[in-house]
Design a protein around this ligand. Sequence first.
Ligand SMILES: NC(=O)c1ccc[n+]([C@@H]2O[C@H](COP(=O)([O-])OP(=O)(O)OC[C@H]3O[C@@H](n4cnc5c(N)ncnc54)[C@H](OP(=O)(O)O)[C@@H]3O)[C@@H](O)[C@H]2O)c1
Length: 402
Amino acid sequence: MFDWLRSHFKGRPGWANALMLFAGYMTFVYIPWDFFIKPVAVDEEVWFGILFRGTAAKILEIPHWFVYAAGFYGLRYMKSWMWPWAAVYAGQVAVGMLIWPLLYVEGFLGLLFGVISFIPFAGFSWLLWESRSVFQDPRPSTRERYGEWAVVTGASAGIGKEFARALAADGMSVVLTARRGDRLRELADELEKNHQVSIRVVEADLTDPAAAEAIATAVSDLEVGVLVANAGFGYAGRIDKQETARLTDMVQVNCAAVVALTSRFVPAMVERGRGGVIITGSAAAYQPMPLHAVYAASKVFDQYFGEALAVELRDQGVDVMVIEPGRTETEFQDAAGEQSGGGQLPHEVVETAFDALGRAPSVISGWFNWLRGHVVRRLFPRSFAAYLAREYMARQVPPELR
Ligand SMILES: NC(=O)c1ccc[n+]([C@@H]2O[C@H](COP(=O)([O-])OP(=O)(O)OC[C@H]3O[C@@H](n4cnc5c(N)ncnc54)[C@H](OP(=O)(O)O)[C@@H]3O)[C@@H](O)[C@H]2O)c1
């Protein structure tokens, strides 16, 4: 219990933890209550010191909610964009708190209320302003933290390719693996030329249960400090319209291969007392997904597996983290037979992953995906979330597969 609390509050100054709790309370308790339960007739909202009532107050609760949710998310993951915007927002609240009682409470009492409520918010604004280095903390490179070599699966496209680029840019030598060797060799040339690191290409098909062992053998002479178990794919459509072998291959690549690779590479990391494992899960793990049932279930497996290992290996010096992207612009949707286009860029997903490695057991990439994932998981019954997900998936899947 104490370990759990410590893991959530470590790495942040005490005042930032207090502010995070306050923003969490506003996001998950106070503003939902204000919006959904408080009668319109008595509703009040203050922006820039001006008091709004009734319907105007109801409407203005929506941007307030977004601001507090962004603040909670930013403090939870110590996002660099918190500086200077959190300080500016807290400053605005402080000034508003001073003006509001002066305008609406007459005499000395108004001044007293104003000054008393101004002080804490002005204090937080000042602390946030002074905290640039806390939010933009220069971290040691991945190579310095974990060692010379990284293995990236699914490196021939999309998110895996960006992981390989980011690791090489950080000075790591990289083992690139996937089925399409021509693409891997092209990427290897690019990385060797741009970053003066060593690259090794290992072609492997992870639907083969022996592939993880073959990859481990092909790199047994290297000190692998980072494993990025990223390869994965999905098929969209109703289960009776899918081939059984494609579905079981998905479980093999998305789940069994992740376990096999992790189990092969982690023991040496534990022995050295340092290492990093990144597993690419998905925001799809936050609700059951009709028409994407096997895929979403495979990503729940990745989430539980990675989050459990994060705690299991914490005292051994090995950081484990599950990165959970929402829709991302890669070849994934084409391969899955879904409508393609839109979403985050792969490099944004990768930046989120490196930000969170060693800080959180899992992270959803993109604040909107994060908000949607947590609202759906925490506020809705799972059966209802499944119906919502079906509506969404039905728009992505061709009619003949629904
Ligand atoms: N894009 C999204 O919207 C999204 C959202 C959430 C999660 N994700 C997850 O992100 C990860 C990467 O996907 P992506 O978006 O980058 O898709 P992508 O562009 O299609 O890339 C998938 C990668 O996985 C490799 N792969 C697929 N099947 C394989 C197999 N049998 N053996 C070995 N490698 C295999 C592919 O390489 P070869 O084809 O060359 O083998 C490719 O390098 C996946 O785990 C996916 O579930 C993606």
